[in-house]
Design a protein around this ligand. Structure first.
Ligand code: IPE
Ligand code: IPE
Ligand code: MG
Length: 247
């Protein structure tokens, strides 16, 4: 496998500096559809193929975690028709990918205010998470009904409650305790953040966790994102010098 990749991308170093965790803001589905005279939902549908591509590419590169921003807290404010179409699409995705995820040894996890999902979507999600929980090749984290500010607020509430209950003192609150109180408690911080469709903003995504992520913006819309684009981002990542504030 590594042989074929090295042929396709001879300048990629597969033995060094592969990001452990890549987070992706999958944006531009609506514009992709609009530019083709299609309804927005067709763009979301086409985006599912790009998801398959990045899982394959991520596995091939030996990436441990891929987090995909699938639906934000703010996306609940879209027209009801689009929201319900997106929820249905998510259910279809989970149903149709269930076997593939097992075959590819992919573990599925989810972060976000999952209790806000329609019962049928939540049920399907829980089933696939449970079914894939012992898989070991790569972890796919879906950020659904996810907002970083909401995540931080919930963490603060839990920490405040432990202080009120006398379990901790204010002086015990440190960066590790905050990180351990987020949805991503057991997930390493992203090394690489990708956003498609050219927008230069974070849109309430993993604000705490991406403090030192390398950022890549692709102009193309998410449904046009392919394996080769992920490889390109990793190649570019390998050229960056991450200093973490030091020299
Ligand atoms: C990203 O595509 C997917 C979701 C936010 C659910 P958009 O739906 O935001 O597409 P654009 O940005 O309007 O083109
Ligand atoms: C961010 O995209 C959320 C997801 C990709 C799920 P949006 O399209 O919702 O973000 P804004 O509105 O352009 O900031
Ligand atoms: Mg968008």
């Amino acid at each position: 496998m590594i042989g074929s990749l090295t042929c396709m991308f001879p300048e990629m170093n597969l033995h060094n500096d592969i990001p452990r965790h890549i987070a992706i803001i999958m944006d531009g589905n609506g514009r992709w559809a609009k530019s083709r005279g299609l309804p927005r939902i067709q763009g979301h549908r086409a985006g599912a193929e790009s998801v398959r591509e990045v899982i394959d590419a991520g596995k091939e590169l030996g990436i441990e975690y891929i987090t995909l921003y699938a639906f934000s807290s703010e996306n609940w404010s879209r027209p009801e028709k689009e929201v319900s179409a997106l929820m249905k699409l998510l259910e279809q995705f989970l149903e149709s990918k269930r076997k593939d995820l097992m075959r590819q040894n992919v573990r599925l996890q989810a972060i976000g205010q999952l209790h806000r999902l329609p019962a049928s979507t939540k049920k399907k999600l829980d089933q696939v998470i449970d079914q894939t929980k012992d898989n070991t090749s790569i972890t796919l984290v879906l950020a659904i009904s996810y907002g970083s500010r909401e995540e931080i607020v919930e963490a603060m509430r839990r920490i405040a409650q432990s202080a009120v209950d006398g379990e901790i003192q204010p002086a015990d609150i440190d960066a590790k305790l905050v990180a351990d109180s987020l949805y991503t408690a057991n997930i390493p911080d992203p090394d690489l953040l990708i956003r498609t469709s050219g927008e230069l903003r974070l849109s309430n995504f993993l604000l705490w966790q991406i403090s030192y992520a390398e950022i890549f913006i692709f102009d193309k819309c998410w449904p046009d994102f392919r394996q080769g684009d992920l490889f390109d981002a990793v190649k570019e990542y390998q050229k960056r010098h991450r200093r973490f504030g030091a020299l």
